[in-house]
Design a protein around this ligand. Structure first.
Ligand SMILES: *Cc1c(COP(=O)(O)O)cnc(C)c1O
Ligand code: SF4
Length: 386
């Protein structure tokens, strides 16, 4: 049921393959030689792309030579997750919820991915001294947590009863089969019978067949469980994608939607409004709209913060403002219409909501002009102006 990945220009559908420029070909060769976030896309996702340079689907998966341009703000660990490493592959940053990097593979790679350095296999992602946290080449393909790594994770969850939700993320955990995924869920359930499972995936978009009836039934077996999907553009909602997401939501598994704000892809209120309306029609719950994290080589995707705020103001006019408590912690407001616009503060400051009052000032740094963003404790954090 796993859609085979296309990893070469020749493997792309004909019109897309013919459209690739010599510079792009050269850059793909360079990634193969030097290492880096691999070029890989599912047949399904590639079939949604059009042979145009600025096509919003193509740009998400097709390597752009602009990735190699210098980026003074680029951070290998943009969210500072190593600061909150609780056990290998476990990030505990917020009191009542923790994040498990269950797997290191995806159904194709998003070029703006904030975990690109980890997924590229170059970084011992969490816990720099710990070899077990480093992705091995075999894990990049088959990729779910080796059972040997699980005991310290379960022990940590048992000794921290304040954690009442675990995000199962990666990579994309659905790249593992239901068998192995079910075993992971069962182990988490055994350790903490009432914990809320949050499965973070892009599979419904990139490989909708993966969200088959059997998978939905497995999710139901491990309730309470929510699915959070990564969805950026209305054109990602293909017929099979809509059909599978609607089936999942109708089965009683809440499906939340996270969107990354991307330059030239969805940085337009009309595009985002269409996306949100589509989600509401399918009974999906808009959750977050993320300002881009500062992963190296993603600068060409970054929407200037001022522009992002203007886009969001327009959306608020159309949909109303989400409730003050929305977006943080378990039990998001399931009736909301608008995602919460947020950024994960570079360097480990955590998520904050973005609104006009968040900018406390400006500063010139060695890397360039930055805004100072004020978090809820009054602490100031830097984020590039553009
Ligand atoms: C985003 C995130 C969470 C979940 O935060 P929510 O606001 O509940 O979506 C938990 N842990 C880490 C480390 C995160 O980055
Ligand atoms: S699916 Fe998620 S983890 Fe995988 S490449 Fe895309 S953004 Fe990164």
């Amino acid at each position: 049921m796993n859609d085979p990945l296309i990893t070469t220009v020749e493997g792309l559908p004909q019109p897309l393959a013919a459209f690739v420029s010599p510079e792009e070909k050269k850059y793909i060769e360079e990634i193969k030689r030097r290492g880096g976030l691999p070029f890989a896309v599912t047949q399904h996702f590639a079939s949604l792309a059009r042979p145009l340079k600025d096509d919003p689907i193509r740009r998400q998966f097709f390597p752009d030579p602009a990735e190699a341009l210098p980026d003074s703000f680029g951070l290998d660990d943009p969210l500072g997750e190593h600061l909150y490493n609780a056990a290998p592959r476990l990030v505990h940053q917020y009191k009542d919820r923790a994040l498990l990097l269950a797997c290191g593979a995806c159904f194709g790679y998003c070029r703006y991915c904030f975990r690109r350095m980890w997924l590229a296999g170059g970084l011992p992602f969490i816990n720099t001294d710990d070899e077990s946290a480093k992705l091995r080449p075999a894990e990049l393909r088959s990729a779910i947590l080796r059972p040997a790594i699980l005991p310290p994770i379960l022990a940590y969850l048992c000794s921290h009863p304040e954690i009442n939700e675990i995000l199962v993320s990666g990579g994309d955990p659905l790249t593992a089969g239901n068998d192995r995924l079910g075993k992971l869920f069962a182990a988490l359930r055994r350790a903490r019978p009432a914990i809320l499972l949050r499965v973070c995936t892009r599979a419904p978009v990139t490989n909708p067949a993966r969200l088959c009836e059997e998978t939905i039934a497995m999710f139901r077996q491990y309730r309470p469980l929510r699915v959070v999907i990564h969805l950026n553009h209305p054109r990602e909602l293909s017929v099979p994608c809509r059909e599978r997401l609607a089936a999942c939501a109708a089965s009683g598994i809440p499906v939340l939607v996270q969107t990354v704000l991307l330059r030239g892809i969805n940085d337009d209120p009309a595009v985002l409004a269409e996306l949100i309306e589509n989600c509401l029609d399918l009974k999906l719950i808009p959750y977050y709209l993320f300002q881009l994290d500062l992963a190296p080589g993603t600068r060409h995707f970054r929407v200037p913060l001022e522009q992002g705020l203007a886009v969001y103001r327009d959306l608020e006019k159309m949909f109303g403002r989400p409730g003050a408590a929305a977006g943080f912690g378990p039990g998001p407001d399931l009736d909301r219409k608008l995602p919460v616009y947020a950024v994960d503060l570079p360097g480990g400051g955590g998520k904050i909501r973005l609104h006009d009052g968040v900018i406390a000032g400006r500063r010139t740094t060695a890397a360039g002009q930055v805004y100072l963003l004020r978090d809820s404790n009054g602490k100031l954090w830097e984020y590039p102006e553009n």
